[in-house]
Write a protein of this length. Structure first.
Length: 267
């Protein structure tokens, strides 16, 4: 029997982690969401008795501490795997190149705050809040969902110069993962950054502008992987990611791995 806590579980990749892990009735799945009443996640939870919805916001240290306390009450004070999946971006400025960042302190902070508050600060607070539970768990695994957009080789190979704040936050997350791995190795705790691939998490009909943007990005990614046809679906991404998590060991701790389990095949 394994226990999992997933932050950012209300939609996309996070919700798919909940769904796939819940199909094993021996798993205890803690879905951490800001709004447990959200229709999509509450409907999913109603289908699986082993899913527990717990309110929590990784951007608020007091909130996520309370979340960990609530989780401990469900699991008996222990946890096998923490999956920190929460993510946010300022969509309106994602297309900006670094030279286009405004000479305006408030505007710049507004661009960087969403990904930093979830990936960097939220990653710290969520990990620290759940660490006492992980220390008492059996598997002792911590996973931060990162992105190859924070990888220097991918940036230079593809020429993707936009999504600055998102990429910087994910690169910072990767360093943070390595720091945790170095600190926690003596306790047998494994920590990785896990890139889910290029995943289609868009809900609803895509506008012409979104489709155009995705096609433009596809051409850039194809300069690295010519055979790439497009995005993968959350089901495929998470299925592969779960296998990577199952195979985590002290040798892989501290690394950023792809959903394929390596450091090369990001798509």
């Amino acid at each position: 029997m394994s226990s999992y806590a997933i932050t950012g579980a209300s939609k996309g990749i996070g919700r798919e982690f909940v769904r796939q892990l819940a199909t094993d009735p021996n798993n205890t799945v803690l879905a951490i969401v800001r709004n447990p009443g959200s229709p999509d996640i509450s409907e999913l939870a109603s289908q699986y008795p082993n899913v527990h919805l717990i309110a929590g916001d990784v951007r608020d240290p007091k909130s996520i501490l309370n979340t960990a306390s609530s989780a401990a009450a469900v699991t008996g004070g222990k946890l096998d795997v923490l999956i920190h999946n929460s993510n946010a971006v300022d969509a309106a400025t994602m297309s900006l190149n670094p030279s286009q960042i405004p000479f305006d302190s408030e505007a710049t902070r507004a661009i960087f705050e969403p990904p930093f508050s979830t990936a960097i600060y939220g990653g710290l607070w969520a990990t620290n809040a759940f660490l006492p539970l992980i220390q008492k768990g059996t598997q002792k695994k911590i996973v931060h969902i990162t992105s190859a957009m924070g990888d220097v080789d991918l940036i230079l190979g593809s020429g993707i110069s936009y999504a600055v704040a998102y990429s910087v936050a994910k690169a910072g997350m990767n360093i943070q993962v390595a720091k945790y791995a170095a600190e926690l190795a003596p306790q047998g705790i494994k920590v990785i950054g896990l890139s889910p691939g290029w995943v289609d998490t868009w809900e609803g009909e895509k506008s012409a502008a979104v489709v155009e943007g995705e096609n433009f990005m596809l051409k850039q990614f194809q300069s690295i992987v010519p055979s790439l046809e497009g995005q993968i679906q959350p089901g495929e991404s998470v299925s592969k990611a779960i296998k990577v998590i199952e195979n985590m060991d002290i040798k892989s701790s501290g690394l950023m791995l792809s959903h394929n389990g390596d450091r090369e095949n990001w798509f």
